[in-house]
Design a protein around this ligand. Structure first.
Ligand code: 4NP
Length: 154
């Protein structure tokens, strides 16, 4: 089974939403995957997702209330096939902590959907509803492309 880890800064907005969206799209496609999410920052460890992220995910019928924030660990680099960073600073932090024996492929989540036109999933934490909606829209595009990629390997 393929395994994917989604990484943002706080693990309370973008990456819990990413986990839920990829779970949702893969379930719709009838493909079993193992997913998780984590943050590069330890500040929110143990917390449920941001109330706004919960509400916007719920608009899609996705219940993310049970997710709890955790920090990325070096073990994640062997446990997961692929690690998807939401933005460049998350990717830089992952590169910095990557152990020499890492087996995971680490990249920006939007590298899955290069034609979307945005390389980074913007941090919605200090913004409004539109930011959270954009996160969902971008992640849906990325998840769809990964499913296509698995169905038609190059
Ligand atoms: P996330 O959003 O990385 O999408 O979970 C953030 C959540 C919290 C903070 C920053 C970004 N923070 O600085 O506390």
């Amino acid at each position: 089974m393929n395994s994917y880890l989604f990484v943002c800064l706080g693990n309370i907005c973008r990456s819990p939403t990413a986990k839920a969206m990829f779970d949702y799209k893969f379930q719709q496609a009838g493909i079993e995957v193992f997913t998780d999410s984590a943050g590069t920052l330890g500040y929110h460890v143990g917390k449920a997702p941001d109330a706004r992220a919960i509400r916007h995910a719920m608009d899609w019928g996705m219940d993310i209330r049970d997710q709890r924030a955790r920090q990325v660990t070096v073990a994640d680099f062997r446990r997961f096939d692929r690690i998807f960073a939401m933005d460049q600073s998350n990717l830089d932090e992952l590169a910095r902590m990557m152990p020499p024996n890492a087996t995971a492929r680490v990249e920006l989540v939007m590298s899955l959907a290069p034609d979307y036109g945005l390389h980074e999933v913007p941090d919605p934490y200090y913004g409004g509803d539109q930011g959270f909606q954009q996160v969902l829209d971008m992640l849906e595009a990325a998840a769809s492309r990964l499913i296509e990629e698995l169905a038609n390997p190059r």
